[in-house]
Structures are given as C-alpha cells and as structure tokens.
Design a protein around this ligand. Structure first.
Ligand SMILES: CC(=O)N[C@H](C=O)[C@@H](O)[C@H](O)[C@H](O)COP(=O)(O)O
Length: 228
C-alpha cells in the first residue's frame, strides 16, 4: 500500500495494536493473528504489531495494512521500539506497510544515529511512523523525513513521566498545530469517547492497544476498582 492509499485507509479511523510480549499471557503468533481478526471484525482499519513472527502470522489472516515494529532491549540504551538497523532489517524482510520507530532524542544502542536510520529506510522506500514523546521530538522527526508521527511514547520517557490514565491530548494538539504531517494519537486511550475526542482535536487516526488486546490489563482495571 502506498502512502496515499494508507492515509485514505486510516483517516479518522481506528488502528488496533495487537501485541503480547514474552512475559504476557497471550504471547504467541497464533493468538496475535486471532486478535488481528477480532480487530478487523470489529472495524479496525490497520494493525500495529511487534516482531516478524507475529507480523507474518497476521499477514496470513488479514489484508489490513500493518504498522510493524520490533521491540528489543539493549543494555546501553532506553530505546526499545525498533532501536537499531538490525530491527529495521527484520521488518524489511516481512514487508510491513509502515515501520514504527522510536524517534525520541535519547541515545540509541551502539550510538546509531537516527538520521542514518531514516536515510536507510528511505533508501528502501519504507514508510516511517515516528513514535515520539514531545513536540520537539515530533518536529525533529518531521525534519528527518518521517511520514507520520505518533504520540506513543508520551509518558514513557523519563522527561515525560505522567501519572495520567488517559491520552496526551495536549501533545496531539501541539503536534497538529505545528506540522502538516499526519499525527496519530496513541497511548492510554481507554474509551471510545477518548478516541473520538482525539480525532476532534485533529488527530489523523487513533491507535488503541491494551484496552482492546491485553485482557490481563483490562481485568486489573476492574479488580483494582473493586479493591479500592
Ligand atoms: C510505550 C510502548 O511501549 N507502547 C507500545 C508500542 O508499540 C505498546 O505496548 C502499546 O500497547 C501501544 O503503543 C498502544 O498503546 P496502549 O496500549 O496504551 O493503547
């Protein structure tokens, strides 16, 4: 899918993140493929997924476009969403429609430079979604040539630590005002009403994960409420 088709597909609509890491109860490509089918059945227009095994399994069961990432932790950096060229290469082998990559300004593993990684993805005609945590990071991502920006990492960098249970609507608004690059609202969106709200504030599309695809997380919300 090219950029125009992808944008037509997602405009004003719901993207579902289907992820379960190794330490999560639903870990496994078969389960994530079923999650993707459930998401499509419910009306999602694209899937965000982690790791080439999950991505390949999801591609077998749906034609929805895929935003792919590889989460990997390195000792020398806090960056874990598609941190190095190695993870980009893994994603290139499975032909994702879009690569999601941490574009915060934190040092990357092996001191790899974001500019070099962006250049490499563009040489490979790869659409890029910049996961950021602040307005400045979003603007730098645009300068480096990101095709789309997502608020994914707001609240997850040590300079944006937040106690909020909801999305960072302020960051969505700031990014929308500051750039023409489409802004995806992502992170801690908990209700359909919040999804609608971020669209009304100018987000191009909405990415929702845990509240749809992480049952242990959803269960905890109920259990905690009863325990309080
Ligand atoms: C911070 C981080 O690592 N975010 C990850 C990015 O891929 C995922 O674990 C999230 O589920 C995704 O961003 C969707 O957000 P939420 O699950 O809050 O709806």
């Amino acid at each position: 899918m090219d950029k125009t088709e992808f944008l037509d597909q997602i405009k004003g609509k719901l993207i579902v993140s289907c992820q379960a890491l190794e330490d999560e109860p639903l870990h496994g490509s078969d389960v994530m493929a079923k999650m993707a089918i459930a998401a499509e059945t419910g009306g999602a227009v694209a899937i965000r997924a982690n790791g080439k095994e999950d991505i390949a399994a999801i591609q077998k069961v749906t034609n929805l476009p895929i935003i792919g990432l590889v989460k990997r932790v390195y000792d020398d950096s806090e960056v874990y969403i598609t941190p190095t060229k190695k993870e980009i290469d893994e994603l290139l082998t499975v032909n994702v429609d879009v690569v999601a990559i941490d574009m915060t300004n934190r040092p990357r593993p092996n001191n790899e430079s974001l500019a070099d990684l962006m250049k490499y993805m563009k040489e490979n005609n790869q659409l890029v979604l910049a996961d950021v945590s602040t307005l400045d990071e979003g603007l730098e991502a645009v300068r480096l040539g990101a095709d789309f920006i997502s608020t994914t990492l707001s609240g997850y960098t040590n300079y944006t630590n937040s106690n909020s249970n909801g999305p960072d609507i302020t960051l969505v608004e700031q990014l929308v005002k500051a750039t023409d690059v489409p802004v995806l609202a992502e992170g801690r969106i908990q209700t359909p009403q919040q999804a609608k709200e971020v669209i009304n504030k100018g987000a191009f599309s909405v990415v929702v994960g845990s509240i749809i695809t992480r049952p242990q997380y959803i269960t905890k919300l109920f259990a905690d409420e009863l325990n309080n």
